[in-house]
Structure formats: C-alpha cells, structure tokens
Write a protein that binds this ligand. Structure first.
Ligand code: ANZ
Ligand code: ZN
Length: 865
C-alpha cells in the first residue's frame, strides 16, 4: 500500500475546487444562508500560526455548514492601510503601495496553501480606491446626518519631526524616532459621534447572546456608564476674597463629600491655563504633564503629582472649611468636567496624592461594626461601598447611612441648594478618526477660505492618494506634496485646499464585512444582498480586538442604518475569540534567543544544531518574533501538508485557550493522516463498492453502524458548538473502533457493507478539518462527487439512541438482580428474560408467580406467593 503523499494530493484538490468554483457563494438563493468570517489580516508580509489557527477554525465551520445545505459566505480580504507600510517606505525607500501589494500576493499564496474554502471572487483590499471610494461616500453621508464633527483635540506632537504621534509612538514621553520630548498640541480633527450611541451600544450588548461574556463585559467597561453628580464649589483666594468664578466637578461618590480634602483640575482645564499665564511654576507643570502624552494608560501609571493653584474651594456643607485647589496629572481633561474633589480615604489616586502633599485623610465610610473613633486609613484607600456592611461616619447628617442612602441625600440637598444635579456620564469618547499620515483613506473634504468646509461632490470620488510622494521629510507627505492638495472649491470655484488627514485604519475595518456581501456593487452595499447575508453569523478573531474594532463596527452599522445604506441592528450575531499559539523558548550559552528549527532535543537535553552547544529551554510563551519562538506555517505545510497542520491546530486544546505548538504534536498528527489513509485503503481492499442495503445486520455490523452514526451526530454537534478538539477526539475514537474490524478475515456481506458506510461517514466528518486527505479517500471509495460539494449523511435515529437499558428486577418488592435489555423491548420479552435470571429463579423457589409488573425501561416486579 502506498503512503499518502500530501505534496501530490493537496495541490491537485485545490485545483479541482478552484476549477469547480466550489466555494463561491451563490448571490442570493433559496437555501438558508450562513456567513462565517475571520478577522481579516494586515498584510505584514507572511502568515503566522495565529492566522493558521484563526482561519482553520473558520474554515471548519464553513465547510461543515456547506455540507449541511447552507449557502455559505466565507470571504477574505486585507486590512491594508496603516503605518508599517509607511515605515517601510521611510526605512527602505519602497513605496507603501508596492510593499503592501507584494505582501498581499505572498500572503494570498500562503493562505491558498492551507486549503481554505474561501470565496476569492470577493477578495478586497482596503487600500484599493474601489473600496475606499465607498468609505468616502459614506463619510459624506455621515456628515450630512450629523454623525461627524470637527473639533479641536489634543495630539502628541513631536517638535523635532514636526509630526503627530500615535500613543504607541510615544515612548517614555519621547518621540519614538526623534527621541525629543513630546508635547501636547491642540489640533482640529475629525470625529465620529459614537457617544450619541453610548446608551444604545450598552443596552444592545444584552441581545448578543452568542458573544463571550468576557467580551461583553469589556465593552461594558469601555463604554463605562456611571451615575453621578455634577456640582459646583464657590472659590476664594488665599486671603478669603471670593472669585466670581465657580469650580464644577463630576463625582460618582458624592456620599464622601465630608471626606473631601482638596480639589484638582486637569492641566488643560481652562482655569489652570489661565492661571499658568501668571506663574512659571504652573506653566512648567503643564509642560511636564503634556510630555506624558495622551495615552490614558501611561497617565495611570505615572506618579501622582500636582501644583497648588493658590485658590480654595468652599465646602458646601462645612461652614468655614476650605479645600486647596491643585492642578494634578491624574485628572483628565476629556472626562466629566476635567475637575474633581479629592477624597483620599476612599480613592487610591487621591490617597497617593494626599500623602505626597500632606493633605488630610478623613475616613467617612467604614465597616458597620468598627468604632468610628479608631478607624484610620493606611496605605490603601477603603473602597467598599456595598449594601449594609458599611456606613457613613464623620459626616454630620449622613452618619449611619449606607452609601446609597448618603448619595441620595447629598444629591437631594445639592439640588435643593441649586449647586448641582444628578447626571449620567460615559467613559466612552467620540472616535477621533484623523491621522496625519499618507497611507490611509483621504478624508474627502475641501477647505475653502470663503465657503468653509465643503464635502467633495460624490461624482468626484474617489479622492485618490497621489502616487508620487516622498518620505524624506518628517510629517504628512500629503501635506508636502507640491500639487495634490491645491484644488478649486466645488462650491465657489475659488482657490481651496484638500484635507490632508487620512482615516484611522479602524474606519476601514468597521464595514468591510458589509462590503463582502456585494463586493462589486456601485453602492457601498447592495441593500438586497445585505438583507440576505447580514448579520455575520459567526465572527472569529483575537480577543485583542474585543473592544475597539468590535465597538466601532457596532457603531458603523448603526450609522449606515441611519444613512440608509442598510438596515441592521448588530453586525456580528455570533463571536468567538480564539486563544494564542504558544511555543517553548530557547536560548544559547550567550543568552541569545534561538529559533526552534535551530535546536534539536534529545533525552540528554536540547542542543544548538550548528554549534553542538547545550541550549537553555525556557518557558512556553505566545509565539513572537522578539523571542524567536515562532514556527513558520509554510515550512510546516511543505513538510507535512496543510491537513496535518490544520488537524494539529485543532487537536487537544479547546479553541478558546492558548495552545502549545510542539514538533512532537505535528508528527503525531502526520502519523494520524497516514493511519486514516491506511484504514480507508484497507476497507476499500476488503470490501466491494457499496451495493444495495442488506436486509438485516448482524451484531458486528450493527456495532460498526452505531459507532459511525453516533460519531456523525457527535461531530456535528461539536462543530456547531465550536468544540473542535472534541470533534477530533470523536474521529480518533471512530478510527480506533473500525481498525480491528477491517483486519478480520472473510468479512460477512453485512459487515462489509457497514464498513463501507462507516468509511464514507468517516470521510465526511473529517473533511472540514482535513479537506484534501478526505477528498482523496472519498475518491478511493469510488465516489465521483467531491466532498466539498456533498451533503453529509443524516444519522439514522435508531442507530444513535443508546441501545440498551439496565433495569432492576424485584421479587415481592425486593431487588434480586439487574437485567440489561434492548431499549424499548416489548413487555413479554422483558418478563421472560426477568424470570429466567438465576437470582430471580432462586428467589421465587417453590412459590407460584402470581403477577409480573413490567414498567418498560424502568423496573420489573415479580409477585409470587
Ligand atoms: C470624588 C470621589 C471620592 C471620587 C471617592 C471617587 C472616590 P467613574 O466611575 O469612572 O465615572 N473623576 C471625575 N472626573 C475625572 C477626571 N476628569 N479625571 C480623573 N478622574 C476623574 O469615575 C468617577 C470618579 O472619577 C469621580 O468620583 C472622580 O472622583 C473621578 F472616594 O469624586 B470621584
Ligand atoms: Zn468656496
């Protein structure tokens, strides 16, 4: 028997599928639809194991659903704009478009090697004007619908490179390339008004039943709805003279007002700015905060610092008490009022700040059972607020109340005094989509000195990126281009300039799933196609996109619905987030990372192949270039075939968990591929092509049929539940149970028939994971169809029920024995079998059997006397 040779077989089947266009989705059909999508890749240059895992899962689902009779849409495209292409241009002088399209070509070829059942006729790249012209058209519609705003906001500014930096490009307060201290600058930018949908985006999370709870929670936290109060303090100077200005703060803990010991403003708060004009100290503090950049994460990690502003806030309830007012680095301008009152006892940041500046720490909430007089705060703020376990202390009229009661009382009083009101606040900010870069979709507007902002007329779209750009100067190449931005105003015909900002690449990826339903339509989406195909039934991707990409997409379908491009509530009905692919790490004697292929492992330890020196085996970590613990999917596919890689990728580990890639594991999968091939070959040799169904099946044949039909049902359920590792375990089981049957000499005709049927079923259920091997086996079994186009056999109900039951047999109410019989056996058969049991016969002895009570499948009671 010949070994199975994937190098010969795999390309052949891929060619056949292509020739048959087996995976092109029918436009719109009577069949039920199923849209399965994996997050599209960034064309970085080559595929990695994370892609292999992601796309294999999607492909198993797509192939399975097709075999269940669905019209399946399974497309692929490229998230092709973004900084790496521009960096390649700057560093290596290669044009971003050339770099990107070359990468796409390479990666398309690599993906094809995997044998994915993709509809390549729908391929798209976001950097293609055929795609982004629709993005531009929709932007104009969004503008008209009031979903877009241009407003001034803070950016990270590199004073040497004269360029805006993304948060990731600010490293320890310095520009990543220039090393210069970053400044914050105000810049007019484009925003999508996602905050208009904050409540709706939050509420609709409850309808997403097929999303992981953890992702819904992350979105909830990101949207960050809080119920609090906005209220104002009167201000006075050092000498007690009042200011005719008030300080408005936002708080969610108004219950702690008696614990307030200072107020703090953002460095960019209007009042801070004003005061900085007369004070070097305040001005230099503002510069220091600016150097932190705009990343909230960095700000959160920084040491809490501030500067006294020479003002005091009058406590609203404590006569004569005044709170020093600071500017502080942990108060953000974009949130609430950009100002807070600090209560160090019950907020960690406030506590750190208070300790640094020697401010009072007054506990006002304490466990119910402690003595308020002795309750103090150490290094940690007291954060409990729940229920009746804590009470207000040191708080005048609030003493003894729960936190909830105290909040209600403070709100009532402040509202009565007219100094504040309750309000709901969201953490979610409007989505800033402007980027001052070249390799992105141009924002389609024109600035005219007399008409202001004028959208580019739709018939003039797309606004195409100029090709002749240079990257030798820092800043935005669109801005430097000698001619591109100079245009005449579409309204008045006067001299005007194009907007040189391009879109954040998250804009491109917020609607690509909708473009796939009608990728060649003249509109962004054909309504009819969207009505048929949307929403995506199963979306699969990495958890790193759990917040922004998914939230933006959810906003986008709402905006597209508002502007009449389609009518949809949510883009992704089902979401699955897969785990990472991990690998051991290796270091040589000098502490340098080694690639797995540079290392050979033996019983005595790991050795560096080239030098023969011992290698230190380190921890198992997510594959990453920096630690070199990566395995190239292409070299695996070349050596073992795509089916082996796919099979191993899904074996053993539940798909949501991290899975460890091991050389031994791949080899094991390859051996299984061979075993599978051998088994089917042996069945083919031992049996003849499938004839008529035998009149009856004996016990061995029935066993085979039961095993096969049960596997058929179980694998279906496991794939539907995305439990791929369990589906694989079932296939192993079936192979194990069939193998001994084939070896038997002289097969009875019913057994031969059952084996043949089992081989067919085996090919069907393994096909989603190992599409090439199973096609080859299917052909060997004499079929002229392709599995790619074949519906799965339906399991026979009688074969998948558990066939026997064990019931208790009593004599005069006393249990004497158990009886194992076919489920649903007729009463007289059960009765006869029960009376025939040795223990039952003995118990009856000389007595006469008066009555036998049979409860089928449950119990038998023999009444004797
Ligand atoms: C007084 C207070 C006392 C607070 C206390 C907390 C604990 P969420 O729940 O996220 O809405 N805050 C308000 N605006 C801020 C800003 N611009 N920058 C930084 N912090 C700000 O958080 C609301 C709480 O965050 C508010 O409640 C305020 O501090 C702070 F024991 O007010 B709190
Ligand atoms: Zn004009």
């Amino acid at each position: 028997m010949e070994r199975y040779n994937p190098r010969d077989s795999e390309p052949r089947w891929r060619q056949k599928w292509d020739d048959h266009r087996s995976f092109e989705a029918a436009e719109i059909s009577d069949k039920p639809k199923y849209y399965v999508l994996e997050m599209f890749p960034y064309p970085s240059g080559k595929i990695h194991m994370g892609h292999v895992r992601n796309y294999t899962m999607g492909d198993v689902t797509a192939r399975y659903m097709r075999a269940q009779g669905y019209n399946v849409l399974h497309p692929m495209g490229w998230d092709a704009f973004g900084m790496p292409a521009e960096n390649a241009a700057i560093e290596r002088g290669i044009h971003p478009a050339k770099w990107t399209y070359e990468n796409i070509d390479t990666m398309r070829g690599q993906l094809k090697l995997m044998g994915l059942s993709l509809d390549w006729s729908r391929e798209l790249a976001t950097c293609d004007p055929k795609y982004y012209r629709h993005e531009q058209a929709m932007f104009i519609d969004f503008m008209e619908a009031g979903l877009v705003e241009r407003k001034v906001s803070m950016v990270n500014w590199d004073p040497v490179d004269h360029t805006v930096l993304a948060n990731e490009q600010v490293i320890d307060g310095k520009g990543w390339r220039s090393g210069a201290a970053v400044e914050k600058r105000e810049l007019a930018q484009w925003f999508f008004k996602i905050t208009d949908y904050a409540q709706e985006l939050l509420d609709a999370l409850d309808t997403l039943e097929r999303w992981p709870e953890k992702v819904r929670l992350m979105q909830r936290n990101w949207i960050g709805r809080s119920e609090g109060m906005r209220f104002s303090f009167d201000l006075e100077r050092e000498d007690g003279t009042p200011l005719n200005e008030q300080l408005t703060v936002y708080t969610t803990r108004h219950d702690t007002i008696f614990g307030a010991s200072f107020c703090a403003l953002a460095a960019d708060h209007e009042l801070t700015k004003k005061l900085s004009q007369g004070s070097n100290e305040i001005a230099s503090f503002r510069a220091e905060v600016a150097a932190l950049g705009t990343s909230e994460e960095v700000i959160e990690r920084a040491e809490k610092k501030g500067v006294f502003l020479g003002l005091y806030a009058r406590h609203p309830f404590r006569k004569g008490v005044r709170l020093p007012v600071y500017a502080a680095n942990f108060v953000l301008m974009g949130y609430g009022e950009g100002a807070i009152f600090g209560c160090p006892a019950h907020d960690q940041r406030d506590l750190d700040f208070a300790r640094k500046y020697g401010l009072d720490v007054i506990p006002v909430v304490a466990p119910r059972d402690v003595d308020p007089a002795t309750f103090t705060i150490g290094d940690e703020a007291f954060l409990d607020t729940e229920g009746d376990s804590v009470v207000l202390i040191n708080s005048d009229f609030l003493n003894g109340m729960s936190v909830a009661e105290a909040k209600a009382e403070v709100a009532r009083r402040m509202e009565e005094m007219g100094i504040g009101s309750r309000m709901v606040n969201f953490r979610l900010r409007d989505w800033g989509v402007s980027r001052q870069r070249y390799w992105g979709c141009p924002v389609p507007v024109i600035h005219c000195p007399s008409c202001g902002i004028v959208p580019v007329p739709k018939q003039d779209l797309p606004v195409v990126l100029p090709e002749d750009v240079s990257f030798d100067k820092p800043g935005n190449p669109l801005d430097h281009h000698p001619t591109w931005k100079h245009v005449s105003c579409p309204t008045c015909g006067g001299k005007a300039t194009r907007e040189t900002d391009t879109f954040d690449t998250f804009v491109d990826s917020s609607w690509y799933f909708a473009r796939f339903v009608s990728p060649h339509a003249d509109l962004p989406v054909s309504e009819e196609a969207a009505k048929y195909w949307m929403p995506v039934d199963q979306y699969i991707g990495g958890v790193e996109h759990a917040i922004l990409h998914l939230l933006y997409s959810r906003f986008y379908v709402r905006a597209m619905t508002k502007t009449g491009h389609m009518h949809l509530e949510e883009p992704f009905a089902g979401l699955f987030t897969q785990g990472m692919v991990t690998h051991e790490t290796y270091k040589d004697q000098a502490g340098r990372w080694l690639f797995p292929e540079e290392v050979v492992k033996s019983e005595t330890g790991a050795v560096h192949i080239k030098t023969g020196e011992p290698v230190t085996v380190g921890s198992i970590e997510s594959m990453s270039k920096s630690k070199r613990n990566v395995v190239d999917p292409v070299s695996i596919i070349e050596e073992f075939g795509a089916d082996t890689a796919r099979w191993f990728m899904l074996s053993d580990t539940p798909p949501e968990r991290d899975m460890e890639w091991t050389e031994a594991g791949v080899e094991g999968s390859f051996r299984f591929v061979q075993r599978f091939w051998r088994l089917v070959s042996e069945i083919v040799e031992a049996t003849t092509a499938q004839g008529a169904v035998p009149d009856s099946f004996g016990a061995p044949a029935t066993d085979i049929r039961r095993a096969a039909h049960k596997a058929l049902q179980a694998v279906a359920q496991d794939i539907e539940g995305l439990r791929f590792n369990r589906a694989i375990a079932r296939i192993y089981e079936l192979v194990n149970s069939l193998q001994p049957m084939v070896r038997a000499e002289g097969l009875a005709p019913d057994t031969a028939w059952a084996l043949r049927e089992a081989a067919d079923i085996l090919c069907q259920i393994a096909n989603p994971m190992m599409p090439h091997l199973t096609e080859e086996c299917w052909q060997l079994l004499g079929h002229e169809t392709m599995l790619a186009e074949t519906q799965w056999t339906k399991p026979e109900p009688s074969l998948i029920v558990d066939d026997t039951v064990t019931i208790a047999v009593q004599v005069n109410g006393k249990r004497r024995d158990d009886l194992t019989i076919p489920r649903g056996a007729p009463k007289d058969q059960i009765e006869a079998a029960a009376l025939n049991l040795d223990n039952v016969r003995r118990a009856i002895g000389e007595l006469a059997v008066r009555k036998v009570i049979v409860v089928p499948d449950r119990i038998v009671n023999v009444v004797a006397g």
